[in-house]
Design a protein around this ligand. Structure first.
Ligand SMILES: O=C[C@H](O)COP(=O)(O)O
Length: 249
């Protein structure tokens, strides 16, 4: 039985003071051991959020990192920097990073490997555009993203990876994939993991759905056989996040 993982991705929202206030608003409401709860926040919010969440079961994640150890990469943040701060998770390859910051399956793969080597737990994102869905190539596309993103990752390490399936057309649009659509792709992701690592390993990997998850649709989505939680954008910035965390109550 896989433990659910429900992560908020704050994206480019909340100044450090606002981040602290949001933690104060949410922390008692989402502090549970029933699921792994993660706040993925902007780099400048990491310290205040880590401090505000001390003594809770809520983990902290970053939204990106660089794949090199250190060096002349102005404006970048390394895995070692995050690890030393007490960060546990890191979102890698979000579609917004791919779209606006030229991330590719190759850089995603390098980042996933570096995160694992550094003791961080990657949340590796994948998902199709509306054009790809309409052209009926969703499964093919996502299978390729998984194969490329995880190339060279061992069976032991892949169990530490969370895969986030986020159809791009459902992100921030209020247009959620139906639970059947989301399950179909998440099952295909588990299938490709089984082909790469064997069924037993694939059964241990957690797969999230992301894209307009809210307090109302979470229960139906998270009840699907291959959906092990969510990567939540907009609704993670509000009290509604508590309804998502307690989706089964
Ligand atoms: O990382 C989160 C996703 O991009 C989903 O964002 P959303 O819940 O605002 O649609």
């Amino acid at each position: 039985m896989r433990k659910k993982i429900i992560a908020g991705n704050w994206k480019m929202n909340k100044t450090p003071a606002e981040a602290k206030a949001l933690c104060e608003l949410l922390k008692d409401k989402v502090n549970t051991t029933d699921a792994d709860v993660v706040f993925c926040v902007p780099f400048v919010d990491l310290y205040p959020v880590l401090e505000a969440l001390q003594g809770t079961n809520i983990a902290v994640g970053a939204e990106n990192m660089h794949f090199e150890e250190s060096g002349a990469y102005t404006g970048e943040i390394s895995a070692a920097m995050l690890k030393e701060m007490g960060v546990k998770y890191v979102v890698i390859g979000h579609s917004e990073r791919r779209q606006y910051f030229a991330e590719t399956d190759e850089t995603v793969n390098k980042k996933v490997k570096k995160a694992l080597e550094s003791g961080l737990l990657p949340i590796m994102c994948c998902g199709e555009t509306l054009e790809q869905r309409e052209a009926n190539i969703t499964i093919e596309w996502v299978r390729m993203q998984i194969k490329c993103g995880l190339a060279g990752v061992s069976a032991d390490d892949v169990k530490k990876v969370t895969v986030a399936y986020e159809p791009i057309w459902a992100i921030g649009t209020g247009k959620t994939a139906t639970s059947a659509q989301a399950q179909e792709v998440c099952a295909a992701i588990r299938q490709v993991l089984a082909e790469m690592y064997g069924q037993a390993v694939a059964d241990e990997v957690r797969i999230q759905y992301g894209g307009s998850v809210n307090g109302k649709n979470a229960a139906e989505l998270f009840a699907m056989a291959d959906i092990d939680g969510g990567l939540v954008g907009g609704a993670s910035l509000k009290e509604e996040f508590a309804d998502i965390v307690h989706y089964n109550k």
